[in-house]
Design a protein around this ligand. Structure first.
Ligand SMILES: [Fe+2]
Ligand SMILES: [Fe+2]
Length: 474
């Protein structure tokens, strides 16, 4: 169904035919806008921003571009088209018809899954709200705001499901999604990582590369759900999400590129000299990567999880790209897991495959993360340097799961707490690193100009040149 933009809430779910739902969402809309004004991007609400807006849910030509003031962005409800023949793709009810309504016994669980996903969307907008002041270019500023308005739309996506399928409980959850705030002492966001403010653009690029990619894999798992409206909502969100990871991928690429230029000009790889020239030395990039990758890994949950097993058995949340697996029931198979043996070593455990679903998803995520690392390394290799970026082990610096609080080096070898504390300065961003990165952060708002620590992008947005005026300040 095509998107209707004549209604107050743009949608492709024929909202006009359900007056009660429409009124409930129209009641929530001003509360959302208040939240956006209060906790969305700070001080740029009257700027004209070159943004894309969804105009269809087809893979081809789904968006249009134009200048919009962010509070006037047309947030709406867009679901991928319904496949009337879609069947349940995994778990105990494999092959049966998918659900258009929620079976009573799964109501509470599905609500929790939707709320947890929904909570991350506005949280990231809150975390990033100060970044507009220090954008390295207008191109980057525009990308930040594009990500922000789309996370706002993802909140709409989850709020629609809560309102449409969960009655009064759903309406209350939708209110609370605007009441919890990132970093709030009394009402924090649900997941830990989403309560840390993002103060600098290197962290923003790491966040969009690693943490938005966690979002991609969560959405992929939910896009497999037997609850068809959830699956269709998440399918379309994935289309939008791709740009967020592009921002992270190309951001880290451009930082690396600029650093390599400086290394060539100065003929040195000495971090002190590179910093003097205003660029970011590669070991510092690696330390930020270690931090954000490891904190994003925790978002997948424990390696062994009975919740994950029941989500899978009941068809609520599957594996990303479920069709790539041969066995969609996974009742008999097992998974080999490396866990601490309690005396400084590692032992292998065989666990039921269904209990290992978090780890299976995490494994797919890690392989996906590695593709970007390989691309960045090609730049470094081409420039003739032996330094390589790398993902640390999934055991490194974990706070959740079997390796939580177990000190290891970045290769995943168990070490003593003392060794870990000594190694920290080389493995994770130190206070001095953070102070240096923060010292680089100044807004660059002249069209085409870039901050000294980042190379320009290869191309602009929607065939516009890099020096296009992507954001027009009021
Ligand atoms: Fe999102
Ligand atoms: Fe995102």
């Amino acid at each position: 169904m095509s998107i209707n933009y004549t209604e107050r809430i743009p949608n492709n779910v024929d909202l006009g035919s359900n007056r009660i739902l429409q009124r409930a969402l129209e009641h929530w809309q001003p509360e959302f806008l208040n939240w956006w004004q209060e906790l969305g991007p700070r001080d740029f609400q009257v700027a004209d921003v070159y943004l894309r807006t969804a105009t269809s849910v087809d893979a081809k030509g789904w968006a249009t571009y134009g200048f919009v003031r962010m509070p006037e962005y047309r947030w709406g409800i867009f679901l991928a088209d319904r496949d009337p023949n879609r069947k349940i793709g995994f778990g105990d009810s494999y092959g049966q018809d998918v659900w258009q309504q929620i079976p009573g016994e799964y109501r509470a669980t599905l609500r929790r899954l939707i709320v947890t996903q929904g909570d991350t969307e506005p949280a990231s907008v809150e975390q990033q709200r100060m970044l507009g002041h220090t954008a390295p270019s207008l191109y980057d500023l525009r990308n930040l705001f594009q990500v922000n308005v789309e996370e706002g739309r993802h909140l709409w996506a989850m709020v629609y499901l809560l309102h449409a399928y969960f009655g009064r409980d759903g309406r209350e959850e939708a209110e609370e999604l605007l009441e919890r705030h990132s970093g709030d002492a009394d009402k924090p966001r649900i997941l830990g990582t989403f309560n840390e403010p993002i103060r600098d653009w290197l962290s923003f690029f790491m966040f969009t590369y690693f943490t938005d990619r966690d979002g991609k894999f969560q959405l992929k798992s939910l896009a497999e759900s037997s609850f068809d409206p959830l699956a269709r909502t998440c399918s379309f969100m994935l289309t939008e999400e791709a740009h967020h990871m592009f921002v992270g991928d190309t951001g880290i690429n451009r930082v690396t590129k600029r650093t390599l230029e400086v290394m060539k000009e100065l003929n040195t790889d000495d971090p002190v000299a590179i910093r003097k020239a205003g660029a970011i030395d590669l070991p510092t990039v690696q330390r930020y990567l270690n931090f954000w990758f490891s904190s994003s890994l925790d978002l997948f949950g424990s390696e062994q999880s009975s919740n994950a097993a029941s989500y899978f058995a009941n068809g609520l949340k599957g594996r990303p790209d479920e069709t790539q697996y041969e066995d969609h029931i996974a009742r008999e198979s097992t998974f080999e897991l490396g866990v601490p043996d309690g005396s400084g070593g590692v032992k292998t455990e065989q666990i039921a495959m269904r209990n290992a679903m978090n780890e299976v998803t995490r494994g797919s995520y890690v392989r996906d993360c590695d593709l970007g690392v390989k691309r960045w390394n090609r730049l470094i290799e081409k420039a003739g340097h032996s330094f390589r970026l790398s993902l640390p082990s999934t055991r490194f610096r974990r706070n959740i799961g079997a390796w939580a609080g177990v000190p290891t080096d970045p290769q995943g070898n168990p070490i003593s707490q003392d060794e870990f504390d000594r190694g920290k300065a080389t493995w994770l961003p130190s206070e001095a690193d953070q102070a240096y990165i923060l010292s680089l952060m100044h807004g660059v708002y002249e069209p085409g100009k870039m901050a000294a620590w980042i190379a320009p992008p290869d191309r602009g947005i929607n065939n516009n040149p890099v020096d296009y005026e992507y954001v027009r300040m009021a």
